[in-house]
Design a protein around this ligand. Structure first.
Ligand SMILES: Nc1ncnc2c1ncn2[C@@H]1O[C@H](COP(=O)(O)OP(=O)(O)OP(=O)(O)O)[C@@H](O)[C@H]1O
Ligand SMILES: [Mg+2]
Length: 433
């Protein structure tokens, strides 16, 4: 359908929809849109298009899509003031963006990216939101060097990434902070002079505040923009007063679209699929790679130890390996160790033992990395064939793989998230399964 939008009015489009500007000119999150430009508004996303002159668009609305026309400017004055202040500062600048869930963090980043590009900056976006990532698959921190204006950050190319392997930050704070520092340094080295770091929406409570305080203290951004939401972020703002950063509190736009947990999960699943496009099952000998993260299997069986453990448990083991710090043993699917057996092993070897069941690796999300840890892409473990010493992984990465980092996210064959945590992660004790 065709829709006219008078100069000064804004059309808010809730996807899934396709939009093409037929005549006139518009703006979206600071990006200029000319006649002939066309865009996709994803499912779950709302995008404002503001008419700079009388304009007409062609809209194709998908299932459950809608639109409305409003009179006011979709960009709050506080966003414009913050962007002006940031861009008035010379030199290489890092800007961290904090705020609660659905507070407009991604949209503020999009706006600042575009205003930065308009002002001739060399812009990099570092995405620190594991659960609702815009750049890169969920569970990773992403880096994109932004070449042209953008209305949905999800369309930015992924130039580098650090795989974390979780969708929430709670247990991986240190990894997130060091990963963000790495990506920020990379952006600086490659000459970016406006580095925008988006973060996750965990801001409530003492733990979250401590985490964000640590993050800002380590990242040392020149500016920290806080999307204020309903105004409950005062404790966070107060704690950041002690950090050397210019704090800019900005409003949450009143037209933000909220997303529930289910929508968030579906958006993540779409992203896994996108980053697994054209994937095939690839076979990699364990001896060629280093597996690390939540599952560390070297493929080198310790035969003497295996025989001794088989004596203790009175059953065949699928696999067993040892290092100075621990013993890993893999049991046949469905087998359990009794308390007695666990105690016996613990006292005899005096080392932490990790017990894994064959098949437990299936569905775990991994990152495949090249030499020097370069992120190549993600994959899903299909199986580990312990007897042949091979890893089968569903991935579209075809380069040489040196390392495989195993995460805690588990996906079904269809790419749906399964709420499960790998039991072998508990260290220092026998984790019976
Ligand atoms: N000024 C605005 N006008 C209309 N829609 C907006 C505006 N700002 C944001 N939105 C829409 O509201 C939704 C939530 O905003 P956004 O994604 O920026 O928030 P967020 O804090 O990044 O959320 P999350 O916690 O999921 O990462 C998005 O669909 C976004 O496009
Ligand atoms: Mg976001």
């Amino acid at each position: 359908m065709r829709q006219e939008i008078k100069k000064g009015k804004t059309i808010l489009i809730d996807g899934p929809a396709c939009v093409a500007l037929q005549f006139g000119s518009m703006r979206s999150f600071g990006a200029l849109i000319k006649a002939g430009d066309h865009f996709v508004v994803r499912w779950g996303k709302r995008i404002p298009f503001e008419a700079i002159e009388d304009s007409q668009i062609e809209i194709l609305l998908g299932n459950s899509a809608s639109f409305s026309i409003i009179d006011e400017d979709p960009i709050p004055q506080s966003w414009k003031d913050a962007a002006n202040r940031i861009l008035a500062t010379d030199g290489s600048i890092t800007v961290a963006v904090l705020g609660g869930v659905d507070s407009g963090k991604t949209s503020f980043c999009t706006y600042l990216v575009n205003i930065g590009l308009n002002g001739g900056r060399s812009v990099a976006l570092v995405d620190g939101d594991l659960g609702q990532s815009d750049v890169g698959p969920p569970g990773t921190l992403g880096l994109s060097f932004v070449r042209r204006s953008v209305i949905d950050l999800v369309n930015l190319p992924l130039d580098d990434a650090v795989f974390i392997g979780n969708t929430s930050p709670y247990n991986v704070i240190d990894k997130i902070i060091s990963g963000l520092l790495k990506l920020k340094c990379e952006a600086e080295k490659k000459g970016s002079n406006l580095i925008i770091v988006n973060t996750d929406g965990w801001v409530d409570g003492a733990e979250a505040i401590k985490y964000k305080y640590q993050l800002i203290s380590s990242l040392k951004p020149k500016f920290t923009v806080v999307l204020q939401g309903d105004g409950s972020l005062n404790p966070l703002i107060n704690s950041l007063m002690n950090v050397e950063t210019h704090l800019l509190a900005v409003e949450t736009p009143k037209n933000v679209k909220k997303r529930d947990r289910e929508m968030r999960r579906i958006i993540r699943e779409t992203l896994y699929k996108r980053y697994l496009k054209d994937a095939k099952v690839r076979t990699i000998p364990l001896s060629w790679i280093k597996m690390y993260g939540n599952l560390e299997i070297s493929g080198r069986v310790d035969q003497t130890l295996k025989r001794r453990l088989e004596e203790i448990i009175g059953n065949k083991l699928v696999y067993c390996e040892s290092s100075q710090s621990s013993i890993i043993l893999v049991l046949k699917e469905g087998l359990l160790l009794s308390e007695d057996e666990k105690l016996k092993i613990a006292s005899e070897f005096n080392r932490p033992v990790r017990v894994i069941c064959e098949g437990e690796e299936r569905g775990l999300l991994v990152s495949l990395e090249g030499s020097e840890g370069k992120f190549l892409g993600i994959g899903i473990i299909n199986s580990i064939e312990y007897d042949r010493g091979i890893l089968k992984v569903y991935t579209n990465v075809d380069e040489t793989v040196s390392r495989v980092c195993v995460g805690q996210i588990r996906l079904s064959e269809k790419g749906s998230e399964i709420e499960a945590h790998l039991k072998v992660v508990s260290k220092g004790s026998i984790g019976g399964t």
